[in-house]
Design a protein. Structure first.
Length: 435
């Protein structure tokens, strides 16, 4: 991963951070790095995620999915980190016929199932706790759909879950192939494990190369404790500094359609990890070059509360634009779409700088397994650093857990869920067309 902080400097943008400030901040980065390395070394909860590129067994995943290889479609059933990692990896690698059920909207579930040939579909069910209500509900719905089509769902299903819980019990009862969700790793940090890699493995993608790309992106895990030597720390530290100076919004804007879901994955990573104690930075999702024609207006001329992260691969497939005898379009003839989108990228970067708005450039070599692994791991490491600098509990998600308990209480699950009582206490000021 390559990071350029130039357009986030105070000499270019407001808010911006000076080179002297970065030098001083680097002392804190060194201290945070020591804490991160200690957590990695002791496999502490959350920090253990940073060891996944080395510890994930690609061959074990490939062996587990072998009976499903060549399947026409792959359906992931999960939510949040149990789905976004898989969707991001599949999308970034351009893998076709991979689908996700990560919500319980009945219309979406119905439409997705009706579009699949279930006799030639593999299902990957993911829940670390094994109790996630949305995942379990969708699993039951998909299982019924298999049965209605006369398909043996047990031959089409693979499960990733923890050592205990209802999903583990069900998998054991039906002798389903099961992979262990990594211990001590929150779902949003688990993309580089069986949680995120199974659909890509079924599709025959180079998951070993993805893990190698993640590890090699930090010199085989030998991370240097300076923002001037480690790109992930450069991104994290500069983002933290800009947030402290008023950039409370981070617009993630990849210039590659296959990274659209990456922006969603980043939004969860950033929001759920850092949004605590009145702190955090709001992630926004944009797509280059599409959103140059919409959101860029706000980022360039709206409130000075936003930084933009511009992401692109350095190498792309080429597709030549045909020559034309139409005079006003002749400048396009013979150029390439790749060259055009790169020009759009650089124009957006320059446009923001001209308006004094901060941006950071992030690049990878190419959108392949190694590049995607490098990008995901780099952003995870950057997020952990920002959490250390902010002083928040990066790997906790109490607000999310509150909502989960309230939902289970409303559905009548066994146990005491006092959070559900808040639903009946809702304040109301209703406005409707009914008089």
């Amino acid at each position: 991963m390559y990071v350029d902080l130039g357009n986030g400097l105070a000499s270019v943008a407001s808010p911006g951070v000076s080179r002297d400030s970065l030098e001083r901040l680097d002392e804190r980065v060194a201290g945070a790095h020591e804490r991160i390395e200690r957590g990695r070394g002791e496999e502490e909860f959350g920090y253990a995620a940073l060891n996944l590129p080395q510890e994930t067994d690609a061959s074990a995943i490939e062996e587990a999915v072998a009976p499903l290889s060549g399947t026409e479609s792959v359906l992931t059933v999960g939510i949040g980190g149990s789905a976004l990692g898989a969707a991001t990896i599949s999308g970034a690698l351009g893998l076709s016929d991979t689908y996700v059920l990560d919500n319980v909207d009945p219309a979406r579930t119905r439409d997705t199932l009706s579009s699949l040939d279930l006799a030639d579909t593999a299902m990957h069910v993911v829940s670390r706790s094994g109790t996630t209500v949305e995942t379990l509900a969708n699993f039951l719905v998909v299982r019924e759909a298999f049965e209605q089509e006369g398909v043996d769902w047990t031959e089409r299903t693979i499960v990733t879950t923890g050592e205990d819980g209802p999903l583990r019990t069900l998998a054991d009862r039906h002798d389903l192939p099961t992979l262990a969700a990594p211990e001590g790793v929150p779902g949003r940090f688990a993309a580089l494990s069986s949680v995120g890699l199974v659909p890509a493995a079924i599709r025959g993608a180079d998951i070993e190369g993805m893990l190698a790309g993640a590890w090699e992106g930090t010199d085989m895990g030998d991370i240097e404790g300076s923002l001037f030597e480690t790109p992930a720390y450069a991104y994290g530290a500069a983002t933290y500094a800009l947030c402290e100076r008023g950039a409370s919004v981070n617009a993630m804007m990849p210039y590659a359609e296959d990274l659209e879901c990456f922006a969603e994955w980043f939004a969860q990573l950033w929001a759920e990890s850092l949004g605590k104690d009145g702190l955090g930075q709001i992630p926004a999702r944009a797509m280059g070059a599409t959103d140059q024609h919409s959101q860029l207006q706000l980022y360039r001329a709206g409130p000075r509360n936003t930084m933009v992260t511009l992401v692109r691969p350095r190498e792309r497939p080429e597709h030549t634009i045909p020559e034309t005898d139409f005079g006003s379009l002749s400048y396009l003839g013979g150029e390439s779409l790749g060259g055009l989108i790169d020009a759009e990228f650089e124009a957006t970067e320059a446009s923001l700088a001209a308006a004094g708005r901060p941006s950071i450039r992030v690049e990878i070599d190419r959108l392949d397994a190694r590049g995607v692994g490098d990008l995901l791991y780099g952003m995870e490491l950057a997020c952990v650093l920002v959490g250390e600098l902010m002083g928040v509990e990066t790997f906790a998600q109490p607000a999310v857990e509150w909502g989960k308990r309230a939902t289970r209480g409303l559905l009548g699950a066994e146990g005491d869920f006092e959070e559900a009582e808040a639903v009946g206490e809702k304040s109301r000021l209703a406005v409707s067309p009914d008089r």
